[in-house]
Design a protein around this ligand. Structure first.
Ligand SMILES: [Zn+2]
Length: 235
């Protein structure tokens, strides 16, 4: 079981010069995937709502699903939000506060150019319409590679900034690159987050709220049947 959390990155066709294309899901394909999930009868929660449900009931809700996006790309507003809104699908986006309104390469793979992130206005509009915002650190630092005082700062300061922007609690966290260690997950817990997500797609034996797996949807999940199999096998 990987838990009923789905992970997307960019909802866009990869630009010609993109060297790493795995994180791009073309907009039309995304729309078909969301329509399929809706048709299959899934009930959509934000990530923190699903966590609250599990803490209360001891298991995930039947047919419950949370759609999540890492990095807070502007294409999430342009290409995913209209689909989500039309279908009434809630979702959670993990933001990098230092990148809001910026064209930045902080969350791109090494050697890739900068890319536009959500503006504050985009975020405020989405926040009004069922989109939850979590933290993906202040600067997209890889937490297993930096000293714990820097981890603490990245984890705490991003939460503080997101809460100041939205006037809502920032409850959930996603590790950049999915990387963490015991000390990082403890600092995330101490900062007051209710859960933290990795990007790993794989089986787990027990539920660790600070190392939750997600079903990662990649460009190679081209056909709708592949997508459906991936979701239904994991949920
Ligand atoms: Zn990321």
């Amino acid at each position: 079981m990987s838990g009923p959390f789905v992970l997307y990155h960019k909802i866009a066709t990869p630009p010609r010069d993109a060297r790493i294309r795995g994180g791009y899901t073309p907009p039309k394909r995304f729309a078909k995937q969301m329509a399929l999930l809706k048709k299959q009868g899934f009930v959509f929660y934000t990530a923190s709502e699903l966590i609250e449900y599990v803490r209360e009931h001891g298991s995930f809700p039947p047919d419950g699903l949370a759609i999540t996006f890492d990095d807070g790309w502007k294409d999430n507003y342009e290409n995913a939000f209209p689909v989500l809104r039309q279908l009434g699908i809630k979702a959670t986006i993990f933001l990098i506060p230092s990148c809001i309104g910026q064209v930045s390469a902080k969350a791109m793979s090494q050697g890739e150019g900068g890319r536009a992130h959500l503006s504050l206005q985009n975020i405020l509009e989405m926040s009004k319409h069922g989109i939850e915002f979590g933290s993906h650190t202040l600067n997209h630092r890889l937490l297993h590679q930096i000293p714990s005082d820097e981890v603490k700062f990245e984890v705490e300061e991003s939460k503080r900034q997101i809460e100041a922007l939205l006037c809502k609690p920032c409850k959930v966290f996603a590790y950049p690159g999915g990387h963490f260690n015991a000390s990082a997950s403890q600092l995330v817990k101490d900062a007051g987050y209710t859960a933290a997500f990795t990007t790993t797609y794989g089986a787990i034996q027990h539920l660790d709220f600070y190392a939750l797996n997600r079903i990662e949807i990649l460009r190679r999940d081209r056909f709708l049947f592949q997508f459906a199999r991936k979701i239904n096998r994991s949920v």
